[in-house]
Design a protein around this ligand. Structure first.
Ligand code: COI
Length: 441
């Protein structure tokens, strides 16, 4: 409740003075003073620059973790996260009122205010016991914020007519990349803490992990894992409205080729999110394009190990990306309905609304996605009851993949070979020396 009151249009501003009793007037002026004070706190944090890190720094710091380092890491999270949240709250405050007040955006604003205030007040961490409570506190916030992306996506889609596309997309980019950064730092610290206590108990821990980072991530295994899960999934022919398409017709094969032994330091959840999304799109496009064939043309995932980067090209024969609505593949990353008219589809908005209001939010990893599908298969699905497919296409996967790819300085490029297929190029830096791609402010 705190946050909304600092914005115009909040309860404080809406009360007409003539209707105030003296007691209410007193309460109102106290609350205005309080909100003024809180906004001053926000300004204070928002005026600091983010202390950005590289993947390599995260590895080096966490590699030989000691009690002292763990506590230092906890206090870095405690002081850094409110700065990053404050930047985004300020960013939201500069949006037109009609946008911030939109369903979904207002929810996120509120959630960020609460998190900002809690972090700001959290006392310094001085011991391992205090760090354990801190990790529980952070875990709680991570769970509470699960529905942030569908909420933002819903809100910005609804607000799209009021924001010029470049402004909308750059705002969304800052929001999403900052969110990834905060979650990485938080999850990394929690993972380091778990690792440290397991080691203290004398448990053997994997040598190739530091927090959320895999030091020798085998790219081929990640692609195979995504392909295996995706190809096990039944085809949702109803959603594609293909007459006569059967759910148990085979998926196309996924052929992995190129430098098959490549291993590099990266966050597995990020790599797999993107690969999963690209393969999912390729499998579906191939199936849609070749409805009469029993043997579908394969999808090729080519891995190339360069000096500075690892590239994965996913090629399909699914017909390409351009449609009468999508004139340029990069518009698929856009949240503006002027670039990507699907943003305003009623069924998509309905699906986003359902996901935003369910406490489950968005899945973050391949494992979570698969668990969700498995439970969809054997339970009464509330989404289905609400008239939404269990695998709704809400258009978040590609923009999020783009954000994941660019977070540590990589890229995602979609090339449409119109009428034939699509080549997607995912390039990820292998040296880990790029700073996080978030704004300093
Ligand atoms: C987010 O998920 O958006 C966060 O900011 C998480 C953080 C509060 C731990």
């Amino acid at each position: 409740m705190l946050g909304l009151c600092v914005r115009p249009g909040s309860a404080t501003f809406r009360v007409r003075p003539s209707s105030l009793s003296p007691r209410h007037a007193l309460a109102r002026s106290a609350s205005t003073a309080l909100h003024f004070y809180q906004n001053r706190q926000l300004e204070l944090y928002a005026s600091k620059d983010a202390q950005r890190l590289t993947l390599r720094q995260l590895v080096f710091f966490g590699r030989s973790i000691t009690e002292e380092r763990l506590i230092k890491s906890a206090n870095y999270i405690r002081t850094e996260l409110p700065v990053r949240i404050a930047h985004r709250l300020r960013d939201m405050q500069t949006l037109p009122y009609v946008v911030v007040n939109q369903e979904g955006v207002a929810t996120v604003y509120e959630a960020y205010w609460t998190a900002f205030d809690k972090f700001r007040r959290y006392p310094e961490i001085k011991s391992l016991v205090e760090n354990e409570s801190f990790c529980n506190f952070v875990r709680g916030l991570l769970d509470e914020h699960k529905a942030v992306i569908p909420n933002l996506s819903l809100g910005l889609s609804l607000a799209s007519p009021y924001l010029e596309p470049d402004r909308l997309d750059s705002f969304m980019h800052r929001m999403l990349v900052s969110r990834i950064s905060r979650r990485v730092l938080a999850e990394h610290h929690i993972a380091l803490s778990k690792y440290f206590s397991a080691r203290q108990r004398g448990d053997r821990m994997p040598e190739d992990r530091v927090g959320v980072i895999h030091l020798r991530l085998p790219v081929r295994d990640s692609i195979e894992k995504c392909a295996r899960f995706l190809r096990k999934r039944p085809y949702d022919a109803d959603q594609d409205q293909i007459e006569g398409a059967s759910a148990d017709a085979p998926w196309p094969e996924v052929i992995i080729e190129g430098h098959l032994d490549v291993k590099f330091s990266y966050i597995p959840a990020h790599l797999e999110y993107v690969v999963f999304e690209l393969l999912k799109n390729s499998l579906r496009a191939t199936r849609l394009k070749h409805t009469s064939l029993r043997q579908l043309p394969p999808i090729r995932a080519t891995v190339v190990s360069g000096e500075n980067e690892v590239t994965i090209r996913v090629s399909d024969q699914g017909g390409g990306l351009l449609t009468p609505e999508i004139k340029n593949p990069v518009d698929l990353f856009s949240f503006s309905h002027l670039r990507n008219p699907a943003r305003m589809d009623v069924s998509r908005l309905r699906a986003l609304r359902t996901i935003s209001s369910s406490q489950t939010g968005m899945v973050a990893t391949v494992e979570e996605q698969v668990k969700r599908w498995e439970s969809d298969a054997d339970s009464e699905d509330p989404q289905q009851e609400a008239g939404v497919s269990p695998h709704p296409r809400i258009g978040i996967g590609l923009p999020m993949s783009n954000i994941f790819a660019t977070y540590f300085g990589g890229s995602l490029e979609l090339v449409s070979l119109d009428g034939y297929g699509t080549d997607a190029y995912l390039r990820l830096p292998r040296l880990g020396t790029n700073l996080e791609g978030i704004e300093l402010w």
